[in-house]
Design a protein around this ligand. Structure first.
Ligand SMILES: [Zn+2]
Length: 350
């Protein structure tokens, strides 16, 4: 059992212990910030004097080849460790799938972002990604529970996309179980340089929906740009996002509350129109494999052919995201979305 952490770099340590390790570190940094390491890739920081009313989970590498969020978290973690950032917000960093990072792949055996809300334990399949997803659920539970009742819970699960996108950065706002969306959170997303939000319309097995559903967290999947290998990310493109994350860690909400008129939400909102599943072995998408996310079609355009059935756009501007013809039969091959007016979104003021 490791009880003292003297490694130079937390990410490097994590990559050397790719499926977790016996570790229980509780150290106080020179500036009073408390650092607890619960597993490889799992570090919790508690500020000496807490000012923020929320607890924040920052997760990366649910997909191992999505490097920019890992680099952002690495740099924030080391800045906290060395005292360059003076925390006011309690934060849990999760580097979800180190083994996938090590091989430079999205996952080793199974897409981890389909394994949450207990999906890791359904069926006969057993693999390390399932074990890791289950362990990660436990760390999130511990983090929010130790923060205590009455505190707001936030979670940004950070990704980059495989394909190009008409909107470089966008957030998926998970299904809220019927509750209204949060205006404040939409403002925060705009401040994070994520000005496009897709409202999801049902329960899923993603990490962000897990935090919404189990902890009533304000949780989001953030798509921050396109996948690149380590060292090839243009970090300038992520500078604003990273800076705003730093503000959340060191100032809480105050940095964004002073900026701009909250009633003028500079944000574009899409809703899900429908989910198109592959039902036949003979399934084809009627556009090129590298089609950019949010590409819009005209009413009547053929989107896909599922056996003998032609699937056509139902409305002008129906846009396609996350297409994948190679999913298993019965699974989602693409999602279609359409922009909606902000006034049509049911929001509260928090
Ligand atoms: Zn991803």
């Amino acid at each position: 059992m490791i009880t003292q952490f003297t490694e130079q770099n937390f990410l490097q340590f994590t990559l050397q212990h790719e499926w977790g390790t016996a570790i229980d570190v509780q150290q106080t940094l020179a500036n009073g910030t408390r650092m607890e390491i619960w597993d490889s890739g799992v570090v919790c920081f508690t500020p000496a004097q807490e000012a923020s009313p929320f607890d924040l989970v920052l997760s990366s590498a649910v997909h191992g080849d999505e490097t920019a969020p890992i680099e952002i978290c690495d740099s924030l973690i080391e800045a906290i460790r060395c005292g360059a950032l003076q925390l006011k917000t309690r934060v849990l960093f999760l580097i979800a799938n180190p083994a996938a990072i090590n091989i430079g792949e999205r996952f080793v055996e199974e897409n981890m972002n389909r394994l949450f809300s207990g999906a890791h334990s359904k069926g006969e399949v057993q693999n390390k990604e399932r074990e890791r997803a289950k362990a990660i659920e436990g760390y999130v539970r511990r983090f929010y529970n130790e923060g205590g009742r009455g505190r707001q819970r936030m979670h940004y699960d950070m990704h980059t996309a495989i394909r190009d996108s008409k909107h470089e950065k966008f957030a998926v706002y998970p299904y809220q179980n019927g509750k209204p969306y949060s205006k404040r959170q939409l403002q925060l997303l705009a401040a994070l340089d994520v000005p496009v939000v897709l409202l999801h319309d049902g329960p899923t097995t993603t990490f962000s929906y897990f935090s919404v559903n189990e902890f009533a967290a304000d949780a989001f999947t953030l798509e921050l740009g396109k996948v690149r290998p380590f060292g090839e990310n243009d970090m300038q493109k992520f500078a604003k996002t990273k800076q705003q994350l730093q503000h959340l860690l060191t100032e809480g909400y105050s940095s964004y509350e002073q900026s701009g008129n909250p009633n003028e939400l500079a944000i574009t909102i899409y809703k899900v129109l429908r989910s198109i599943n592959r039902t036949q072995a003979d399934f084809r998408l009627n556009f090129s494999a590298d089609l950019a996310n949010f590409t819009a079609f005209r009413k009547g355009d053929v989107l896909a052919e599922d056996g003998d059935t032609q699937i056509r756009a139902e409305v002008d501007g129906e846009a396609v995201i996350f297409p994948n013809a190679n999913v298993a039969i019965g699974q989602r091959a693409l999602l279609t979305v359409t922009p909606i007016e902000i006034s049509a979104v049911r929001m509260n003021e928090q």
